[in-house]
Design a protein around this ligand. Structure first.
Ligand SMILES: *[C@@H]1O[C@H](CO)[C@@H](O)[C@H](O)[C@H]1NC(C)=O
Length: 290
């Protein structure tokens, strides 16, 4: 087909927009590709932050403060010009995790003072905590009230699966909504449909649950190994396809790509193999479609 000048020109803005549209990149506190859970060093966090910046990410998300991760990730983010979505990990249910949460809140306050309010997009208290909505949200309100009382302005929420948030709209009563949504576990979605799953299934559900409130997909990705789940096939090609579509979907919602690198200490090949860096080509391939 011969393109007219006008048709050719019309394509240019779209090509110029090809970019990283993810809101950020989720990263574990342990180094990638290691069977034993081994904390990242400051130098390794710096490499991670530079990798993130060089592929167009503007923030990183952590899901726990073990391994001194909040301080090291914040330091690396500051050096690379990135922001942080900080996540407190809750060990067990809210009552069981209470002491840990309260300690982590103090760790957050220290980092907030050290790296500044502008470094932090938000603070999530718990990721997929196995407890009642009431208990989870009471702790969110408690942490938020405490932080406000000492002048810390970071938005506070909690992250859970998108299905749990959909079914329990009170989960959006923090300062923002935060939901993990992996099309792989749908599991009636092939990798090429991962973006449309977010756009057509998850987005309307979270819009309804959260009303006009800003919400984030705090995890979305695709594994390269493990067992097929119905339509969902893990492979490097499928991971590439899914991330390509997720980046396109991320043009109209806040999505954190999950996750920086493979985490072999996790349970089973599927959970271990959502890693992106060192496996698939973001700049040369995935980010070009949108
Ligand atoms: C969640 O907690 C309940 C009891 O509080 C327990 O029976 C169940 O096994 C827990 N689920 C997971 C996935 O840990």
């Amino acid at each position: 087909m011969k393109l007219t000048f006008a048709a050719t020109a019309a394509l240019l803005p779209a090509l110029a927009l090809a970019a990283n549209h993810f809101r950020g990149l989720t990263a574990a506190n342990a180094i990638g590709g290691n069977g034993a859970y081994t904390c990242r060093s400051q130098a390794q966090w710096n490499t991670l932050a530079n990798d993130a910046r060089n592929t167009g990410f503007t923030s990183i998300r952590i899901e726990g403060f073990d391994c001194n991760a909040l301080d090291m990730a914040s330091s690396a983010a500051a050096a690379a010009g990135l922001q942080v979505m900080a996540g407190i990990y809750v060990n067990g249910n809210i009552a069981q995790g209470m002491v840990g949460i309260n300690n982590d809140v103090q760790t957050f306050v220290a980092a907030y003072k050290k790296y500044g309010a502008g470094r932090y997009i938000g603070l999530t208290v718990g990721n997929e905590v196995n407890d009642s909505v009431y208990n989870i949200m009471q702790k969110v309100y408690d942490v938020r009230g405490y932080l406000r009382s000492i002048g810390v302005s970071t938005p506070v929420s909690t992250a859970h699966t998108w299905v749990f948030v959909r079914d329990n709209p009170e989960m959006c009563n923090g300062d923002f909504g935060a939901a993990n949504a992996h099309a792989f576990f749908d599991p009636n979605t092939q990798s090429g449909g991962a973006g449309n799953f977010l756009l057509n299934v998850v987005r309307p559900a979270l819009d309804r649950a959260c009303g006009g409130k800003v919400w984030y997909i705090t995890e979305s990705g695709w594994p390269s190994r493990g067992n097929r789940l119905n339509q969902a096939q893990p492979s490097l090609g499928d991971e590439t396809s899914a991330l390509t579509q997720l980046n396109c979907a991320a043009r109209s919602m806040y999505v954190y790509a999950f996750e920086y690198d493979d985490q072999y200490w996790k349970n089973g090949a599927t959970e271990q193999s959502f890693g992106i860096f060192g496996k698939v080509d973001l700049n040369g391939n995935i980010l070009k479609a949108c």
